[in-house]
Design a protein around this ligand. Sequence first.
Ligand SMILES: [Fe+2]
Length: 219
Amino acid sequence: MVKVNKKKTEQKINFFIKNLQSKHFEIVKPEFKKLKDDKYLNNPEWIFRKRSFAQGTIRGGKLSWKNSVSFFQSKKINKYAGGILRKFPKMSKHLKKFSERIIIENLINKKILFSNFNFGVHAIRIICNKYNRGYPVPEGFHTDGVDFVAIIPINQKNCLGGTSYLKKQKKNEIVLKNKIPNGKFLFFNDTKFLHYATPIYHQKGKIGFRDMLVITFLY
Ligand SMILES: [Fe+2]
């Protein structure tokens, strides 16, 4: 009985942007420089996405990591890269520790999430240069096929763009258009909204980049 009520409270969430409780940004920033190419992009000539992945579980408010890094989305959820079992590079210890703190300090301790979840953490760097844009979501507006998603911007340099959008799944209505600043995070109910982020385009320097963490939660 109690379990149902917890879920009901969680499921009332639509979306919010909140300040991030984290003192560890500077430590984690260099980790994004080490991310490896995403080998599942459709254009091998312009690899605009680098990433790593880790997954785990939350049971009774306690978090634990799994060893597996296999990631599957159906073709229905992701027309761009769905329908295949993707094996992403494993996440570094530092990034996992940072993500763990984010989940505990911002979602569990703040009583936003109370239930048991499986979660996935994607560390992503999108790059652009003079000639090419970087596409955070080549598939366009989509859901991740989970219950909740947290988008955590970490760093952005030498480029513009990367504005986040949320759109109601049932109506064609944009409910959020926001460039989420570093130090804040976006949390939304993936069963109610489609999400999207605009491409990044080069402003100065050799390479522009945008680094973020995307954390998905599934009952
Ligand atoms: Fe997504």
